[in-house]
Design a protein around this ligand. Sequence first.
Ligand code: AMP
Length: 287
Amino acid sequence: MEIIKSVEELQSVLSSHKKKKIGFVPTMGALHSGHIALVKKCIRENDISVCSIFVNPTQFNDKSDLKKYPRTLEHDASLLEEAKVDILFAPGVKDVYPKGQKKTVKVKLDGLDKKLEGAFRPGHFDGVVQVVHRLLDIVKPDKLYMGQKDFQQFTIIQKMIDNLKMKVDLVVCDIQRDYDGLALSSRNRRLTQSKRKWSNLIYMNLLRAKSLMKSESVDSVKKIALESLSLPPGFKPEYFSIIDGHTLEEVEDWKESNYLVALVAVWAGDVRLIDNMILKKVKSRSK
Ligand code: AMP
């Protein structure tokens, strides 16, 4: 595995692999098995695999969250080496955002960025779009790998790819979970023992939402989940929403959409956790 920090060096290495399929996994590090599942898929499906580690300051609306974000580059590098990734790209802020570079790419997101996470983390998706666009411009991969764990994020990135007619295929990978169902996240390591114990309630409520679809209304499923997620000490749900997976609009009835997703965000003490589950997805018949 090559560890590369500068844009110029990365581009010169990649240019020596012309005609080879490049797969790319962008991350913010503090890697866990969820990231590694993406990386392994990327290695399997491409000739050259690139994983980036960059804690992107522009997507943190809360500066203390940015400060507290775990940074474990040495350990991450050893996990990536073990997974047999070809290139670890670990740029600094000045490499990603050099002075004088036009900062923002304009993408019409039709309000996708203003709902759910966007409502609670203003500006977050501006930062995500900006950094993913910049990284794609640097790496120029054939395939981009992202996790379903960040449902709204991959939906917005797909919209950006479509709107800007970018030549990259987005591959979305399943959510990897811990032994009790808690979605793996770099933030989990900041949970206290008691908060960690109760955190499996998030997955339990997603499963329950799915099982209650036939017997309860959308409204009552949301109420049940919000009540349950408020019970453990220090837990505060921000939302438990049932949405159309294309538009991210809340639905009022199960029959309203063929692509239903439950999305949840909860504070467990000072750690904010998100998760989701696809409740229904009917493939549209193509001609
Ligand atoms: P992050 O480092 O949190 O920005 O995540 C980098 C990528 O890994 C994103 O595309 C995430 O959606 C994905 N990811 C994070 N957690 C998981 C998980 N538990 N399972 C699968 N993919 C994940």
